[in-house]
Design a protein around this ligand. Structure first.
Ligand code: SF4
Length: 229
């Protein structure tokens, strides 16, 4: 799949995604959180599934958990407009993966270099906890995104749910899943693609020091190097 054909296929997938109502609980929830955060009251929320973003021809794929209520669910772009995005994108910038250190709005000029970013679940879940059937429902979109990335060399998974979602799609079903334990910094290889695990850059992980800025930047630099090798 080349050039215009690829973009047409992604566009078609995203049209389908944005209209998706496969998970009734999440359809209800993504609307119910509109305006719940006082800081954004009166703002028009996206309140729909949030597509991936970046360079689909890139060698690096970053997979998070799901949009945040006042982040991607508000702004309509993955990892945009919340605390996790602030931390993640400032670190990606330090590692040379984005062109700017901030991710605030869809029209803010943020670009990913040689990388694409998405989430395992495209709708915001209550308490950031999607149910197994919701992860399974949404895997059809992640599968397409992985399939579109013909130059893919490395997948950075942010948290355990992202790892499980990727392994489920990529690993041989006869392989024991216990082979792919979530350990921060662990690297696995499936079908020539390296899968690198990192804690999710959530405020809880950052504020408690579980995910330290300098360590995370070092990991991102390593991931970038792997994707360029
Ligand atoms: S989580 Fe995924 S499958 Fe479920 S409604 Fe949202 S886009 Fe559709």
């Amino acid at each position: 799949m080349q050039g215009e054909d690829l973009w047409a296929d992604i566009h078609e997938m995203n049209e389908d995604l944005i209209a998706c109502e496969r998970c009734p609980r999440l359809v209800e929830f993504r609307r119910s959180v509109v305006g719940r955060d006082k800081r954004f009251r009166g703002e028009t929320y996206w309140a729909r599934p949030v597509p991936g973003y970046g360079d689909i021809n890139g060698r690096l794929l970053i997979v998070g958990l799901a949009p945040a209520a006042s982040g991607g669910n508000r702004t309509g772009r993955v990892f945009t407009g919340d605390k996790s995005s602030d931390f993640l994108v400032s670190c990606l910038y330090e590692a040379g993966i984005t062109n700017q250190p901030t991710s605030e709005r869809r029209d803010d000029g943020l670009l990913y270099r040689d990388a694409y970013i998405t989430a395992a679940v495209k709708c915001v879940p209550p308490d950031n906890k999607p149910q197994p059937e919701e992860i399974a429902n949404c895997s059809v979109y992640l599968r397409s995104e992985i399939g579109f990335m013909k130059n893919l060399k490395v997948i950075l998974v942010l948290g355990q749910i992202a790892l499980q979602a990727v392994v489920r799609l990529m690993a041989d079903p006869s392989e024991p899943r216990s082979r792919y334990r979530f350990i921060h910094g662990a690297v696995y290889e499936i079908g020539g693609v390296r899968i690198v695990c990192s804690y999710h850059p959530s405020p809880r992980n950052v504020n408690t020091g579980k995910l330290k800025r300098s360590d995370f930047i070092d990991l991102l630099k390593e991931v970038k190097k792997m994707s360029e090798a």
